[in-house]
Design a protein around this ligand. Structure first.
Ligand code: AMP
Length: 373
């Protein structure tokens, strides 16, 4: 397929901040973005006039949407399989429905990753309480019980420390089936974002370190403060996964750096990712531009960074109380998502501070360096 001509319309499923920045990147590249979201006034639909407000399983709305765009991509993974099949029958969908289906299901994801030669935590399928007993016998405790589908930001999972906790954890987690994962004693969490286009060109951003608070991403440090060998191995794994999937689009690969210096893949997301927000400010082409370029069949520039960066998420009303101070601090680069209601736990905005390359502040300087003044 030749590159998508300028003025074409890219349909984006999902109306959140990832869609907002992707729509802005589409505009910079000469495209229009049409957002499909059930949410009126969504972050993405605030930056483009083309929006369909309908449920993700509304077949009539999906059909009209597909007919009005040139290709379909997404910023949100939990699209029903029937909707994906319908869209795929009408227009090119990138990344493919098959890739989305793998990433929607932790069991399918781990099975795929291990077959591709990308290591994960040990795991076992749990479709019943008897399965859970067997899985605990196999993996030992502590272990983490998770829903296979619909989990995010730590929702849909429970840490099991003793056998007595197993039955309650099993009962509490829905929807079934579940998966038990061995507990990884990790040194840090990193991610690599990789883009691949139809011609097979691949570009990957440097591995970054992700720090969470209350199971929600709090800080991203770019680059991750790991050895060059480990960074190269993380990049190799992300590229291997993209190739094995036959990816057309963008993929975020989350990994654990284990206490012994190994790498295990935690999960993959075939879309822009919160841990790539720093690329808006520190890279010539951001993850969102790479997303649009890769699905549109455009050339992929190298994913180089011209600066080191720390990205800070602003979550809920408490963080947003800092917004005026952030705007008054010249070194902080603000990105608002346009959400009117700052509910606790909701990602409202982020900011980035850039540093000359190879000069991220040391461990004890980070908090001070990114504090609004
Ligand atoms: P997830 O929804 O799978 O990304 O998990 C959310 C967070 O829980 C991760 O970012 C980790 O901090 C932690 N976590 C998930 N799986 C494991 C595991 N197998 N061992 C240790 N920590 C985990």
């Amino acid at each position: 397929m030749p590159p998508l001509p300028q003025h074409s319309t890219i349909g984006i499923i999902g109306g959140g901040q990832l869609g907002r920045f992707s729509a802005l990147a589409a505009a910079s590249l000469g495209y229009r973005a049409h957002i499909f979201t059930p949410e009126p006034g969504s972050p993405a639909a605030q930056v483009t006039p083309l929006a369909t407000i309908a449920a993700y399983d509304d077949e009539a709305a999906l059909t009209a949407f597909a007919q009005s765009v040139d290709l379909v991509t997404f910023e949100f993974e939990n699209i029903p399989a029937a909707s994906l099949a319908l869209l795929s029958s009408l227009k090119p969908v990138h990344p493919s429905a098959k890739i989305l289906e793998i990433s929607q299901d932790r069991l399918a994801e781990k099975t795929f990753l291990n077959a591709a030669g990308a290591p994960t935590a040990p795991y076992a399928a749990v479709a019943s309480e008897a399965d859970l007993t067997a899985a605990i016998a196999k993996l030992g405790l502590p272990a983490i019980l998770k829903t296979t589908r619909l989990g995010y930001d730590g929702k849909g999972q429970a840490l099991i420390k003793t056998p007595e906790e197993a039955a309650a954890a099993y009962a509490a987690l829905n929807p079934k089936p579940l998966i038990l994962e061995g507990f990884i004693d990790f040194a840090c969490e990193i991610s690599v974002i990789v883009a691949r286009n139809q011609a097979g060109a691949v570009s990957s951003f440097d591995p970054v370190e992700n720090r969470h608070k209350n199971h929600i991403l709090d800080l991203t440090l770019a680059p991750a403060q790991i050895s060059a060998e480990l960074a190269a191995e993380a990049t190799r794994l992300a590229r291997l996964i993209a190739e094995s999937l036959g990816l057309i689009g963008l993929l975020a690969v989350e990994m654990f750096v284990t206490a012994t210096g190994g790498l295990l893949i935690n999960e993959i997301a075939p879309r822009p990712h919160n841990s790539g927000h720093w690329t808006l400010d520190a890279c010539p082409a951001s993850q969102f531009e790479m997303h649009i370029r890769s699905v549109a069949g455009l050339p992929l520039p190298p994913a180089t960074r011209h600066a080191d960066a720390v990205m800070k998420n602003l979550i809920g009303p408490d963080d947003m109380a800092l917004w005026p101070a952030i705007l008054a601090t010249p070194s902080l680069i603000p990105h608002h998502y346009g959400k009117t209601e700052a509910r606790p736990g909701r990602k409202m905005a982020h900011y980035t501070r850039l540093f000359p390359k190879f000069s991220l502040p040391g461990e004890f300087g980070i908090e001070d360096a990114i504090k609004p003044r």
